[in-house]
Design a protein around this ligand. Structure first.
Ligand SMILES: NC(=O)c1ccc[n+]([C@@H]2O[C@H](COP(=O)([O-])OP(=O)(O)OC[C@H]3O[C@@H](n4cnc5c(N)ncnc54)[C@H](OP(=O)(O)O)[C@@H]3O)[C@@H](O)[C@H]2O)c1
Length: 436
């Protein structure tokens, strides 16, 4: 019987989940692949810590070379995270003839082109299903299920921490800072939450989806990234009143002029499917010219959901081995020699409708001053809401624009900030009324 010998780098949340599935599903995996998948070794920073698993003969070591350079390892699963030493270890493992699986979205988003080129050059697999949306097999969907489609839109909720916070703010009418503290106490947010709440984690995933969907590998700094720190309970309440919900979305669009790549808080219709994705759940929506829009929903993180995706890659490697093929599907779907560099449009050019929030002095003439600024930027207004109270220093002034460009909106807000009656930096949120 054929055997595939596995080594894991990193024994944290996902490393533990993968080890557990490998050790407890031997028979099932053999029935599905015809290959005995054997966990040989785990290398990690603190091998002595008890992870509560029956490891049997599995060696746990501090020596990372005992995985990436050992003769008795066929597949290396990188679950350390971060750019270094993960990148060097992956390159070394490939060069040493190992197949590599990683859940490391930062690594693939930033160095994916270089790493996959190395994998192709040495005739080994580099797979990363778990890097995007945890348990949801969206990479397999894009690379295989939708392979005959021209993809023009990929959007979705790619970060469960942000979605949990936005959901809780709406359900409890609570402020961002309070909900963040609660999320940290429950383990849904890291002690340093900036990667999640500033949109970087979602942007890493979006870069990978865009590369697979569009056959064009964006530079990470070409993605416009905004997080959710500025979303206030006032925004949440007004969104609800206007029939919308606020979601942090990763959005990748393609048209004749190029790509639009952004992670932004976005207003989506309350009755739609995007709005219905709540709490820690993720969802990805893909529009292809033949398939139309399809939706994929599930848990985007956690020990077992993420391990499930890692294991799917391992099963692919085992099956490819049985069929004596390698790189049956290119890492980014498009063959490396056809990957192109499509232009990425500047944020100022994007067209859309926008929600604007100002905090203004409750005094006569303010509205006229603000609308004059909008008129100078040729922005027309669809709706204005103001609930004044003469006993407070500033009251919210909410406006919704007709279609305009993001550049005009930013210029208008910068001018409004200079007005004496405007008491806080004005904010905007883009509206996507057409998202399902
Ligand atoms: N957690 C999730 O739900 C999830 C979901 C999707 C993707 N991912 C990705 O999966 C990867 C792993 O995430 P995780 O949540 O499992 O992280 P984690 O719990 O922090 O585990 C990382 C493991 O790597 C070890 N490690 C870190 N730096 C090392 C070094 N320089 N040398 C040796 N070992 C080192 C750590 O050692 P110690 O035990 O000593 O700290 C720990 O065992 C990341 O790329 C992450 O983005 C995670």
């Amino acid at each position: 019987m054929q055997e595939l010998r596995v080594g894991i780098l990193g024994f944290g949340v996902v490393g533990r989940g993968v080890a557990d599935l490998l050790l407890t599903r031997t028979a099932l995996l053999l029935q599905r692949t015809g290959v005995a998948l054997r966990l040989v070794r785990i290398a990690t920073r603190t091998p002595e810590r008890d992870r509560g698993l029956e490891l049997g003969s599995v060696e746990v070591t501090r020596d990372l070379q005992r995985v990436v350079a050992a003769d008795d390892i066929d597949v290396v699963i990188e679950l350390i995270g971060g750019l270094e030493p993960a990148k060097s270890l992956v390159l070394e493992a490939l060069t040493n003839g190992k197949h590599v699986i990683t859940a490391n979205k930062a690594l693939i988003a930033v160095h994916g082109a270089e790493l996959t080129a190395r994998a192709a050059a040495v005739g080994r697999e580099l797979l990363f299903e778990a890097a995007v949306a945890g348990a949801i097999p969206v990479i397999k969907v894009l690379r295989e299920g939708l392979a005959a489609n021209q993809i023009d839109q990929i959007y979705g909720i790619l970060n469960g921490t942000c979605n949990y916070i936005l959901t809780a703010m709406r359900e409890k009418g609570a402020a961002f800072a309070d909900v963040l503290k609660e999320a940290q106490a429950k383990g849904f947010a890291e002690a340093d939450p900036s990667f999640d709440i500033d949109g970087i984690d979602a942007a890493h995933k979006l870069a990978i989806l865009a590369a697979i969907g569009f056959g064009s590998f964006p530079r990470f700094d070409q993605i416009h990234v905004e997080g959710i720190r500025h979303i206030s309970d006032v925004d949440i309440a007004w969104a609800t009143e206007m029939g919308y919900r606020i979601k942090l979305l990763g959005i990748a669009k393609r048209d004749a002029e190029g790509l639009e790549l952004r992670v932004q808080p976005t207003l989506v219709p309350e009755a739609g499917m995007v709005a219905s994705v709540e709490g820690v759940f993720n969802a990805v929506f893909i529009r292809g010219d033949a398939a139309g829009t399809t939706m994929y929903y599930g848990r985007g993180a956690g020990e077992r959901p993420t391990a499930s995706a890692v294991m799917a890659d391992l099963v692919d490697i085992a099956r490819n081995g049985q069929a004596a093929v390698v790189q049956r599907v290119a890492s980014f779907s498009t063959l490396p020699s056809y990957l192109s560099s499509q232009p990425v449009r500047e944020a100022a050019e994007w067209r859309g409708e926008y929600y604007l929030r100002l905090a203004v002095a409750d005094q006569p003439g303010v509205l006229a001053e603000v609308t004059a600024v909008l008129a100078r930027q040729q922005i027309s207004i669809d709706a204005i809401h103001q609930k004044g109270r003469s006993d407070v220093a500033a009251v919210p002034l909410i406006m919704v624009t007709h279609e305009t460009t993001e550049g005009q909106v930013r210029a208008a807000l910068a001018a409004m900030e200079q007005l004496e009656a405007v008491r806080e930096p004005p904010r905007f949120i883009r509206i996507e009324p057409g998202f399902v």
